[in-house]
Ligand binder design. Structure first.
Ligand code: NAP
Length: 433
């Protein structure tokens, strides 16, 4: 059977790009690829910075450093952007989509910053914009939200969407390492960048939350800031308290409906009960836990990074875009629900774990308890540990408004009997995440 022939330009031949080119060129996969694409696919060029660098698996004659020329070619049907960054990637996307070529990207920063605009451009020109690999690496969560759960009302999404922080926290809780040692370990193993701030301060997770929120609930891709807390101030004592109390600390991205149309989007560490499915997500793995009104809880688990794992998600998008092209159609962009509004995070309630380094002397507990009570934050349980200059009080609150907890911490900070306010971490399903 004669199949249509589609031409593909790949921009970027690093970890992901090279793995994609290798998969597309693998003779063992050709029948499956042609079937899934309903076309034969030809790579007509691979854009890179340095064409001289040796890249096993990528034919030398395909390499070019004239990226914009490559994606402007009239005969290119689908552009795959695997370069990263925003400025040049945005130009690549605009040129490709603007002339009706479909675009597949793994670029979360690009999608979080310019996704709505690019989706509109794609739709106006009858092209596809696909970005499965931008969240959760190999995990097919975007397709699941867009297709399988398209008619479901999603009430909450909780993701472990950053492998670096999950690795660091796993090392802290499973091997008793402190934060700095666990981070160095992650850097030595290639799980963390030399400058880890994007991961440990929650920026990377926030971009993914933004993308997931758009698909799960229907928010605009860009817009209001995501509330963001990192993991760098966590201490071994917090991890140990969590374990004693039946929890493990995980860095989460959370999207949650509040009331009918309110939406909370945030990233922060949280105490996750040991019997929650997310508690068993170890090391650099990613997971996305979704709660739908009718579906109940669902969870996807898999490799959130790695060239080959990520390239499988890119390949799935590429084949889908190819099928659509052959059929003369394109996926419609999701509809933004204008009724949604971002809630003030201060109004969101949760159960909190709070730890204080205190002076080891009489009357301190009563003084501290008085501050909690003044702000209507009621205490569910309390643990006193250490002595002398290591005396510590650890509290788990009942459900409390974030604003009240913040005010409590500010007042506790002013007490002379409190050396230091340590952790203030939400507890998942102690009320809400
Ligand atoms: N790696 C992962 O595990 C992973 C997981 C999920 C999503 N992603 C996303 O996938 C994308 C690619 O990631 P990666 O890890 O493969 O990146 P990478 O290894 O750094 O590769 C980037 C590629 O883009 C090329 N490039 C960069 N700037 C360029 C420019 N100005 N002009 C021409 N070419 C340029 C580089 O060329 P040279 O080789 O010549 O330098 C390189 O081939 C990123 O958006 C990333 O966020 C990656």
């Amino acid at each position: 059977m004669d199949r249509p022939h589609l031409r593909v330009a790949v921009v970027g031949a690093g970890f992901v790009g090279r793995a994609l080119v290798e998969m597309l060129s693998d003779p063992e996969r050709q029948i499956a690829l042609d079937d899934a694409a309903t076309a034969t696919l030809e790579i007509v060029g691979v854009g890179v910075r340095d064409v001289e660098r040796s890249r096993p698996g990528v034919p030398r004659h395909l390499l070019t450093d004239k990226v914009l020329d490559l994606v402007s070619r009239d005969d290119v049907d689908i552009v795959v952007e695997l370069m990263g960054g925003v400025d040049l990637a945005k130009s690549v996307a605009e040129i490709a989509l603007g002339r009706g070529a479909s675009l597949v990207t793994a670029n979360k920063a690009l999608m979080a910053l310019c996704g709505t605009e690019l989706a509109r451009l794609a739709n106006d020109h009858g092209a596809d914009l696909m970005y499965e690999a931008s969240v959760g690496g190999a995990i097919p969560i975007i397709r699941a939200l867009r297709s399988s759960l398209a008619g479901e009302r999603i009430s909450r999404v909780i993701g472990i969407v950053n492998g670096t922080t999950n690795f660091v926290l796993s090392e802290m809780s499973e091997r008793g390492l402190d934060y700095d040692t666990a981070l160095s370990q992650a850097q030595a193993l290639g799980y963390a960048e030399a400058d880890p701030r994007a991961d440990v301060e929650g920026f990377d997770a926030a971009a993914k939350v933004q993308i997931l929120a758009s698909l799960a609930i229907g928010t605009a891709l860009e817009g209001q800031e995501i509330s963001r807390e990192g993991i760098s101030s966590l201490r071994v004592v917090d991890v140990e308290f969590a374990r004693r109390a039946g929890y493990v600390i995980k860095a989460l991205g959370v999207i949650e409906r509040v009331g009918e149309h309110g939406l909370s989007r945030r990233t922060h560490p949280a105490l996750v009960p040991l019997d929650h499915p997310l508690a068993s997500v170890h090391g650099a793995m990613n997971a996305v836990f979704v709660e739908g009104d009718k579906s109940g809880p669902l969870m996807w688990l898999g490799r959130g990074a790695g060239g080959e794992a990520t390239a499988t998600a890119v390949l799935g998008d590429l084949l889908h875009a190819a099928r659509n092209r052959v059929a003369g159609r394109h996926d419609l962009p999701f509809t933004v629900d204008d009724r949604l509004y971002p809630v003030d995070e201060g109004d969101v309630s949760s159960v909190f774990y709070i730890s204080l380094d205190v002076l080891d002397e009489p009357g301190v507990l009563a003084e501290v308890a008085g501050v909690f009570s003044r702000h209507d934050v009621s205490i569910q349980s309390m643990e006193q540990s250490g002595f002398a200059h290591e005396a510590r009080l650890s509290f788990v609150t009942h459900l409390a408004r974030t604003r009240d907890v913040t005010a409590t911490l500010a007042d506790l900070n002013d007490l002379t009997s409190v050396d230091r306010v340590g952790a203030c971490i939400r507890v998942v399903d102690g009320g809400t995440a």
